[in-house]
Design a protein around this ligand. Structure first.
Ligand code: ATP
Length: 248
């Protein structure tokens, strides 16, 4: 179904548009075919959570913004689904927080790396990291562990919207403060994160940006927001919302 064929009053219009973006990402060489499966899993969880930002996710988004603002070297990691779904939101978030943008792929090919970097530049990114790949995340195989020495490798805070479980665990093992956006609270990536954001990334990224703009000039509030966030409670609340399935 094409973008223009989705009427606004269709009950699933938002998720149909999102799906179309992934399809277009595959056609453009940005998203891998496995990205379609990840999208399907995400849609199922989003349906059960009511396609809304639950309160505990909103608290996580505010904590994520405070972490990114307080960081010395924050990085936003971008894969094929993120690039297809929310390129403007990634650039805007990096702009609001001073974070670098790094392309980081599970199925890394030079062609896809270049296509994603070009796509992000087309949406206003001034610098895109990930192409140098002169450092490794310890504990991962060669291709999957490739990162930039002055990017993710050196980062103190990393935002990984949609990360594979192994890599999320390996980044946490390196001592990085990890912010993960994932609609499945039981997935290993949010379980490994200091800040699990159980929300659709198309809602989460603009929300984090909004919080960052709000908090940017109030550094005295950052520590309290970060310390006041309870990751276990947020994961449990998301699981409860999904299992109870009270759709709006
Ligand atoms: P694990 O972390 O347990 O290893 P996985 O990485 O194997 O899980 P995938 O099959 O790669 O999980 O699925 C991708 C994950 O991303 C799923 O948990 C899915 O809910 C989530 N996801 C997909 N699209 C979105 C989205 N737009 N916003 C937030 N989360 C999403």
């Amino acid at each position: 179904m094409s973008h223009t064929a989705v009427p606004d009053d269709h009950p699933r219009s938002a998720s149909l548009r999102t799906r179309h973006r992934i399809e277009a990402g595959i056609d453009a060489g940005i998203t891998s075919r496995q990205g379609l499966i990840a999208e399907g899993r995400g849609e199922a969880f989003d349906y059960l959570i009511g396609e809304r930002t639950i309160e505990s996710a909103a608290a996580a988004e505010r904590a994520a913004a405070a972490h990114l603002l307080r960081a010395e070297s924050p990085v936003v990691s971008v894969n094929g689904n993120v690039a297809a779904l929310a390129p403007e939101a990634v650039v805007d978030l990096a702009d609001a927080t001073g974070a670098a943008i790094e392309v980081n792929l599970f199925n890394r090919t030079e062609a896809r790396m270049d296509a994603i970097a070009d796509h992000l530049r087309d949406h206003g990114a001034s610098e895109v990291k990930g192409l140098t790949a002169d450092a490794r995340i310890p504990g991962l195989s060669h291709e999957r562990g490739k990162v930039d020495a002055d990017g993710i490798h050196a980062a103190d805070v990393v935002l990984v919207p949609l990360e594979d479980g192994d890599r999320a665990a390996a980044l946490a093992e390196m001592g990085k403060t990890e912010i993960v956006v994932d609609l499945n609270p039981l997935s290993r990536s949010p379980q490994a994160a200091a800040v699990p954001v159980v929300d659709n990334l198309v809602r989460a990224l603009p929300a984090i940006t909004e919080h960052a703009r709000d908090l940017r000039d109030r550094p005295e509030e950052w520590d309290a927001i970060i310390e006041g966030f309870d990751r276990e409670a947020a994961l449990a609340d998301a699981e409860r919302a999904i299992r109870s399935g009270q759709l709006e």
